[in-house]
Design a protein around this ligand. Structure first.
Ligand code: HEM
Length: 318
């Protein structure tokens, strides 16, 4: 019994604490590393007319020339995945005709996945806060408003599984996407499916003593894990925590860092003002310039001899 409790403690407290430390340090380190990188020139992604002459209409969102445009484009990108909305699908028709179609499914399911994850994440704060803030209760009520089953089905639970299946299915069954997919693409999807799946099974099927979970998570937050409460919580919770811990540790070293990286991406956070301002690379060595007169003083004789026009004739010229 003692050994079992020890193992439970490792999975419910030691591993999650370690994972959180790895996540926080790793995340901060990646962000600081990116923030330190020099970006001497403007390299924004452009998807429309650049601001130039007054009578040519600029695409202020797709080719922002100032900070306001950049901020609006960034907000639309982060909240609505605007660039993904342009996603296209290529097919070959009648044997040799290449056709590009507008394809909105990736955008739609990516958006559903991210928003469901966010809502589930916010809903989980009920385990960590006492009293539970009104907003979290309201989100929970709205999410279960369909009143299907007991306990009530959260719409986000069904939708996130649907979205994850689409995202995984597209990598497995679309031959072109499959060809370019790596283990780094499958792993996070499977991991999140495991995390979500273990949560769903706990809520709807295997059941868990929520009061003990709350006591235990509150004790985790105050850095003194309550082993008595942990004794009432079964293996499904430990599996859920393990998936979460792996996700936290994997996060800073994976493509999931796009969450923080999007804000530091020079192709997204720079205005395209290279026709308005001269951007000089600050690391260029200092240059010594000379005037044309000084140049001619040095080469006058040779220029004159070669028959090149000179402003001032050499002293010994006839
Ligand atoms: C970002 C990380 C997490 C994700 C994506 C996630 C996902 C889920 C999902 C989809 C469910 C199904 C029910 C619902 O939607 O509420 C669930 C349930 C649950 N999760 Fe998580 N979870 C996460 C983190 C955590 C953490 C940190 C804890 C506790 C320390 C936790 C404890 C639980 C418990 C106890 C349930 C069962 C809830 C119930 O019976 O109503 N989860 N989780």
């Amino acid at each position: 019994m003692g050994a079992q409790m020890g193992l439970q403690y490792v999975f419910a407290a030691c591993i999650p604490y370690t994972a959180l430390i790895v996540f926080l340090i790793g995340f901060a380190w990646r962000i600081m590393d990116w923030a330190r990188r020099p970006v001497p020139f403007r390299i924004p992604t452009t998807g429309g007319q650049q601001k130039s002459l007054p009578w040519i209409k600029p695409a202020s969102l797709d080719n922002p020339s100032d900070k306001t445009g950049v901020v609006i484009r960034m907000i639309l990108e982060v909240l609505l995945f605007r660039s993904l909305f342009r996603n296209t699908k290529m097919t070959i028709e009648n044997g040799d005709r290449v056709v590009y179609w507008s394809s909105k499914y990736l955008w739609l399911f990516a958006l559903i996945f991210h928003y469901c994850f966010l809502i589930i994440f916010i809903r989980h704060f009920r385990f960590f806060m006492e009293p539970v803030p009104f907003l979290i209760g309201a989100i929970e009520t709205l999410d279960g408003i369909m009143q299907i089953g007991v306990p009530r089905l959260f719409m986000t639970d069904a939708l996130i599984v649907l979205a994850l299946c689409y995202l995984l299915g597209r990598r497995l069954f679309d031959q072109k996407v499959k060809y370019i997919s790596l283990i780094n693409d499958y792993f996070p999807l499977c991991l999140i499916l495991g995390l979500v799946g273990s949560g769903i099974s706990m809520r709807y099927f295997t059941k868990v003593d929520i009061a003990s979970v709350k006591t235990f998570t509150m004790s985790l937050v105050s850095l003194s894990p309550d082993t008595a409460a942990l004794a009432n919580i079964g293996a499904p919770f430990l599996i859920h925590m393990f998936f979460l811990s792996v996700l936290l540790m994997y996060f800073p070293f994976s493509k999931l860092m796009h969450m923080g990286g999007v804000f530091l991406s020079p192709t997204r956070n720079l205005p395209n003002d290279s026709r308005v301002k001269l951007h000089v690379n600050p690391w260029n060595p200092a240059k010594e310039y000379r005037t044309y007169e000084e140049y001619e003083d040095e080469f006058r004789d040779a220029m004159y001899e070669a028959g090149l026009p000179v402003v001032k004739l050499p002293e010994d010229a006839e």
